[in-house]
Design a binder for this molecule. Structure first.
Ligand code: BGC
Length: 824
């Protein structure tokens, strides 16, 4: 669907060069290449002109080797937002931005996109994936892969495969039948490999049908044999657990390094005849091929031109446009766009308006150099005298990291924090000034000599109030405030995912009443230990903002809403509710937010509810709200984009890529917890809207937001669709008063008489149409032959069943034309 194709055709000359280079390596040299050199790098090999390759997480921005404020990154909208735009051209462009960011940071491989299926809304990484629909996931993911790889950077579709929820993700055994695996979970990967030409794929932590993915036969077939994947299978971090089993499997690269179960043990296994040298050669060759493609091999020209960094304005402009185009307007009873000419007084309500969530938590997190909050964006657009703010309820009591505005270095006086690494004998190993209290060192060599990490800062209260100061981290900590010991002990919650315990650790906070300008000195001492084999230090030194009496704050917000022309309530999830490493326990908004929305709606009927979440939430007030807008995690330009949409400068361009339920009871797949280590995908092909359709046919409930739904600011009329061969043509007219975007969706179903079980209907294509007021155009969608096929478990092949099929067209799964039948 993208205009540019970047599928790499293996260059025969390159193949000859890398084969010859491989010949020059000893067994030890080859095996060395198969494990990372560090947390984020691969080994170089100067003998053959092989450079170090740096890899970095890439679904929503490229972090680089540092995971902190010193190395800021463009923060893209969450993948849910990208998918909601349905716009492959823009997703391609965002992929190019990823590549430009990667090159700017010396990164050659982006660890993304995440194309697991949104099987259950409880999935903790829902925000990081695209859709519940395999076809849409594959198409969007492929555009992203092509965009990244068109600029000399490798893309890594992940996590292969069936890593669709987080509970026990390291050990869970997903039990899924062959047909479902092919049609739902492998399908997006297949497209990204065969059409997108992905240069890497990441194997997941979980098992599928009894075998962990780094040892699973699926890596060989279909991935390598059938689909022709000639790139590198990189493990998820610490996913390779067995020297021989992963050695003989089609797993190529074990990350991170330098330790791991391969290395010398793998050399020995080869010498002992447990793993063949041909297996090692095959893996090493793939790594050299990747190096060649991204320009890390002296004798080989990169496969595509290497990206140049982008100017800041170009980044900001694209991210603002993309954020707006992913926003889904769920309903609008004439309230939006706001009439800016009347200079409305706007009450901006909700903590998320000020401490917005631009991105999801976990390994996808980046450090943007700025985030335009909704409050800042609306103030900029409508004027400081027209916009007033009230938080209403405390949605999150997460620790805010100290920064240059709130803290100063006690040693140098500069804004920020002072950090020292001390050896056993008290020797200072590292001494540095930092701009933030959110501190991370992953696999840093300095940790080898370090016994204590000390962080000190002077915190200055911005206003009078009841603050709390403290830290969040995992392991041994000692915390003092103005020399007084507040805490000393081991903090390590049991049974948590080791990675996520690092990324989302428990906090300890101590109340302190301060007046504006008053200063306290904070000192945190941390004794790093190897946790789960990871040499890492990660903690936050920070504070909690004062929050007046809850009932008062709620009243203040309600009064502000009542006294304004319009209220914009921004609600959303928190890092504690929605993040990598765990699944959601429920789909409710944080406590108090539903009540806040209800009260504000009652106080001012002209209220827009803005939902800032990465995945579905239950909206019990939906019927009462005149306008509801979903922003997802919209990236660093979120506030500007929100102002554009509310003010009508841009249309909200999103169509929902995953069904949202009205109540938790209605959710088709609720359970994500394995039973005796196994998670059964019993719903088979009926994931998402397919299951909703099946149930509705039997009298079941309708969802709150049907798949594909989303409003713009104009009206559309669809004419009668026609079908010629497999091409559907639909006349569409913009009958409203302004230019707009429509996503014309095409669904297939099988008329009766099929001997194969089929979903009630399935998405088979779509066209994004843009038209001026009054303009007519024809949307054309060509259905791929594969969309008619099913995977036959008898033949282990794709089969087109002869018979009658039906095509239906519309603006969502719940607004479809009558069927056009055709016979195959
Ligand atoms: C995540 C991967 C990520 C890796 C490196 C893992 O915990 O599952 O998606 O690429 O960490 O950060």
């Amino acid at each position: 669907m993208t205009s540019e194709t970047t599928l790499t055709v293996t260059n025969p000359d390159t193949e000859a060069v890398i084969a010859a280079l491989l010949q020059r390596l000893t067994l030890e040299q080859k095996v060395r290449l198969l494990t990372g050199a560090s947390f984020w790098t691969l080994h170089d090999e100067p003998d053959i002109g092989l450079d170090t390759i740096v890899v970095s997480d890439g679904p929503a921005g490229v972090r680089g080797q540092l995971w902190d404020e010193r190395d800021s990154s463009a923060n893209l909208p969450s993948p849910t937002s990208l998918a909601a735009s349905w716009d492959v051209e823009r997703v391609f462009e965002l992929g190019r931005l990823i590549a430009a960011e990667a090159r700017r940071k010396g990164v050659g491989v982006a660890l993304g996109p995440t194309v697991n299926i949104q099987r259950s809304p409880r999935g903790g990484r829902h925000f990081e994936a695209y859709s519940e629909d395999p076809w849409l996931s594959g198409v969007i993911g492929t555009a992203f892969v092509k965009g990244i790889q068109s600029c000399g950077v490798g893309a890594t579709p992940k996590h292969f495969v069936a890593n669709d929820s987080e509970t026990d993700r390291m050990t869970v055994d997903v039990i899924v039948d062959e047909r479902t695996l092919r049609e739902v979970y492998l399908a997006p990967f297949e497209r990204m490999v065969t059409e997108g030409g992905a240069w890497l794929v990441m194997s997941s932590y979980n098992s599928v049908n009894g075998t962990t993915m780094t040892e699973n036969e699926l890596l060989r077939s279909p991935l390598k044999d059938e689909w022709g994947f000639d790139g590198v299978v990189v493990s998820d971090w610490m996913g390779v657990r067995d020297t021989v089993a992963a050695g003989v499997a089609a797993q190529d690269l074990a990350m991170p390094g330098p330790d791991g179960v391969w290395g010398d043990a793998l050399v020995e296994a080869v010498r002992a005849g447990q793993v063949s040298e041909a297996d090692i050669d095959a893996k090493a060759l793939r790594i050299l091929r990747l190096a060649g493609r991204i320009g890390a091999l002296a004798d080989v020209a990169p496969a595509t031109p290497l990206a140049e960094p982008w100017p800041q304005e170009r980044i900001d402009a694209l991210l603002r446009e993309a954020a707006a185009d992913g926003m889904v307007l769920v309903k609008n009873q004439g309230l939006l766009p706001l009439d800016s000419a009347s200079a409305p007084r706007i009450a901006v309500i909700g903590q998320h308006a000020r401490v917005a969530r631009s991105q999801g938590g976990g390994s996808a997190t980046v450090f943007p150099d700025h985030v335009v909050t909704p409050l800042a964006g609306l103030t900029e657009a409508f004027g400081a005298d027209r916009v007033a703010f009230a938080p209403g309820v405390r949605a999150s009591d997460a620790l805010l990291p100290l920064d240059g505005a709130t803290a100063s270095d006690p040693t140098t006086g500069e804004p920020g924090v002072h950090v020292r690494f001390l050896a056993d004998d008290g020797r200072v190993v590292l001494d540095e000034h930092r701009g933030s209290g959110r501190l991370t060192w992953l696999g840093d060599p300095v940790l080898a000599d370090t016994t204590v990490v000390e962080a000190r800062a002077r915190f200055t209260a911005p206003a009078d109030g009841e603050y709390a100061v403290g830290f969040a981290g995992l392991g041994l900590f000692r915390f003092e405030v103005d020399g007084e010991l507040k805490s000393d002990g081991l903090f390590f919650p049991e049974g948590t995912d080791p990675f996520m315990a690092f990324l989302n650790p428990p906090k300890q906070a101590f109340p302190i009443a301060l007046s504006a300008g008053q200063t306290v000195e904070l000192r945190l001492e941390h004794r790093p230990q190897q946790q789960a084999g990871l040499s890492a230090v990660m903690f936050t030194l920070g504070y909690e903002e004062p929050f007046a009496d809850a009932a008062d704050e709620l009243e203040r917000a309600v009064e502000l809403a009542a006294a304004s022309d319009v209220a914009v309530v921004v609600v959303g999830t928190t890092d504690q509710l929605e993040s990598e490493g765990f699944d959601r326990q429920d789909l409710r908004l944080p406590e108090g937010q539903d009540e806040l929305v209800r009260r504000v709606l009652a106080a001012n009927p002209r209220t827009v509810v803005v939902v800032n979440s990465g995945g579905p939430v239950i909206m019990p007030w939906l019927d009462a709200a005149p306008a509801v807008l979903l922003t997802w995690f919209p990236g660093q330009e979120m506030g500007g984009a929100l102002a554009d949409v509310l003010g009508g400068v841009r249309e909200p361009g999103g169509r929902i890529p995953t069904t949202w339920a009205a109540t938790e009871e209605d959710v088709p797949v609720w359970q994500v917890e394995p039973v005796d280590g196994k998670l059964f995908y019993d719903e088979k092909l009926n994931v998402g809207y397919r299951e909703w359709a099946r149930r509705q046919r039997a009298g079941g409930p309708a969802p709150a937001i049907p798949f594909g739904h989303g409003l713009g600011y104009t009206e559309w009329e669809f004419g009668d669709a026609t079908l010629d061969d497999l091409t559907v043509s639909v006349p569409v007219t913009n009958t409203g008063g302004r230019a707009g975007k429509q996503v014309v969706q095409v669904y297939l179903s099988r008329a009766s008489g099929s001997r194969v079980e089929r979903p009630v209907l399935w998405l088979a294509g779509y066209a994004v149409v843009r038209a001026d007021a009054g303009e007519s155009t024809v949307a054309t969608v060509t259905i791929e032959p594969r969309s008619l096929q099913h995977w036959s478990v008898d033949d282990h092949a794709w089969i087109t069943e002869a018979g009658t099929y039906a095509v239906r067209v519309g603006a969502s799964v719940a607004a479809l034309s009558s069927p056009i039948e055709f016979t195959v």
